[in-house]
Design a binder for this molecule. Sequence first.
Ligand code: FAD
Length: 564
Amino acid sequence: VVDVPVSELALNPERGGPKNLPIARVLVDDDESEGKGTCKHKPKLVILGCGWGSVAILKTLQADQYHVTVVSPSNYFLFTPFLPSATVGTLELRSLVEPIRTILTRIRGHFLQAEAESVDFSEKLVEVSQVIDGEKRHFYLPYDKLIIGVGSKTNTHGVEGLEHCQFLKTIDDARKIRKKAIGNFEKAVLPTTSDEERRRLLSFVICGGGPTGIEFAAEIYDMLNEDLIRHYPRILRNEVSVHVIQSRSHILNTYDEALSMYAEDRFARDHVEVYTNARVQEVKHDKIVFSEKTQDGKVVTKEIPYGLCLWSTGVSQTDFAKNLATKLDKQTNKHALETDTHLRLIGAPMGDVYAIGDCSTVQYNLAQNIMTFLREIAWEKGKDPKEVHLTFKDWQTVAQRVKKRFPQAGQHLRRLDKLFQQYDVDKSGTLDFNEFSELLSEIDNNLTSLPATAQRAHQQGQYLARKLNKLAQVAPGMRANGLLDGDLDETFYKAFEYKHLGSLAYVGNAAVFDVQGYNFAGGIAAVYLWRSAYFAQSVSLRTRFLLFMDWAKRALFGRDMMDL
Ligand code: FAD
């Protein structure tokens, strides 16, 4: 194996595994193995996917500790927060991506443009497939450690007619939307287009009032105001319409209520029509049918003709992740692969397999976590928790700390807020610790999970890479004093703790921030802050340069209105 000049992956002539497929092996770099004598014993680390979680690993992992192989159907990392800006040409598609091979250079990892199909956990083999000239070829990739970071797919909620919709998850989706939007403008100005048809072509419907849908609506609105009139003087501004259909009572419902209201007011002012408590029933080729619950509780059915419909209503499991979950008895969650707090895949051999990012979920018992924070408050007051009387202010401090760690817990906390106020508090306006634990039992069985965001995937990737760096030092070859792999995580490293740094959203020449429990919304200054926050997180100097050039180009010459 060692007499080849460079480290590379090759297919072993032998076949094996349960399906008797060819097995890939790592051919070791000659110099390295001679020089350090450790290369042959480096564990094989296989990473599935090259999104936010995986790239955070690759950027944090120390070089030369593992034989790293990344498997992904896309050979680039996509900076998703700016994807809505690329649909209308505010930013160019190229500026949002970074070649994965560039990222892998530092740690001398391998990349396979292929798809993981399945995992044989007992044999430690990933079944991989590649399509070449229409023929699908399968092989096995062996691993010592496997990290699953395959992301998610768009949730269809079982609605019919989604083949007429656009999605916004990949670079190809953004390209299709841009082509379709500009194509519709061109059709709208043809002399053969009737007035009714023109209004339909210029109607943009967004299903889903989360950050992606809202940012897309905002980008469309900006384009209409900044470039449309200049390039298409025959189109009247009031012939163009933007509609958002949201199933909850507010848009941006995971943000603080004040920010949702700000975004709604802003949209109302900008004539972006928002339907709340509304559910899409069917998407037809030219119109969308949905039901809306009115303020007096009646449900009415409505229709909106559209020229472009974006479907952006949350995420669901990829087929690969679903397949893995069915193989593991202990996986009970239908939406994501469950891990423990060390990010180990539940049900897989301990310490061999981790799952991070959108494809995974870590569930926490909210009540237990609240009690831990309450104890902290008691100790800060220099008292035994059992003797402490809690004021509403104490509770708010606790709620603030909980929210920072579990941003998804908002609705439970709001319920507790109300309970705390309604509770029969004594005259001093306090509640004793035991009474409070009773109150908590109301939500005792409520588990909370972490949000499916780039922020979480990034933190999990960094955590895992730091842990793997540490394990490579304390347990080279992944054995220490007879401990098995699975025990190493807990012996040598802490559990993962999520730190919610905040949520941002662009709402059309304005932005909203929900950062560390503080809310902020505003116009152009906030927009620059929003841009800077993401600009700073951009993965390379190359992408920063390209982003800067795109913004400068747009400011000087406007957007390119071409369906390239
Ligand atoms: P992803 O980044 O989705 O990467 C998954 C990777 O797995 C991809 O490379 C994919 O090709 C690969 N893959 C898929 N199947 C397989 C397979 N079978 N085998 C091998 N590889 C596979 N989050 C924020 O925090 N802030 C934002 O502003 C924000 N804006 C967003 C805007 C848009 C338009 C979208 C779509 C998402 C946004 N998100 C945002 C969410 C964020 O992008 C995701 O939470 C994040 O990408 C999850 O990272 P991940 O590593 O789990 O998966």
